[in-house]
Design a protein around this ligand. Sequence first.
Ligand code: ADP
Ligand code: MG
Length: 221
Amino acid sequence: MLEGRNLVKSYGRTTALSGVSLRVEAGEIVAITGPSGSGKSTLLHCLAGIVRPEAGEVTLDGRRIDTLGEAGLTRLRREGFGVIFQFGELVPELTALENVALPLMFNGHGRNDALGVAAGWLDRLELAEIGGRRPGELSGGQIQQVALARALVTGPRIVFADEPTGALDTLAGERVMRLLTETARESRTALLIVTHDNRVAAYADREVALRDGAVLAGSAR
Ligand code: ADP
Ligand code: MG
């Protein structure tokens, strides 16, 4: 479904990616592992259309997406892709429910309709009771669960998660990972998770290990 081929990206003299290839099939859960600085985030950002690679190509269903203009990329991110970052990155002024509804409103849904769908997601993730709270009144684990609901609310084909449990303690991290992988499997959403935590990789179908901007020899492709 989504494929990056020979991706190259550098920042000044630092080579973040030196020719990485990676494929994600529909509904597949893939973990990208590796030490800090090995290029995990850069790879995720290239595949998600957030960073443009200098060489190589990214295709979705065989069509190039790395050459899309801003409008095309925005549509893709809104409709086909969901993202979850390390610290949730919720809008602090909005309640949990409104945060989850936001991507739908951006896509043109009316406010009440969007809030209704968002409430369904909070219910499904057993978060209904925190829907009225703002991020400042939530724990780190709850914030990541809300971020998870926000990433899934538009029914994306693939969710990109960059160290989604990196800021959480073990217990909260495990709950978020379980929710994320179970929900992805139920809704047949592909999931690309960046992590330096080996336990997280255990939730994935496949692991791709990076070292110094390249796929570690012997690591599955
Ligand atoms: P990881 O996510 O595995 O920690 P990154 O993809 O963030 O690795 O970074 C890979 C390399 O690229 C690192 O050496 C990092 O310092 C460098 N890098 C990443 N983003 C930038 C940036 N915006 N500006 C300069 N250097 C960067
Ligand atoms: Mg990173």
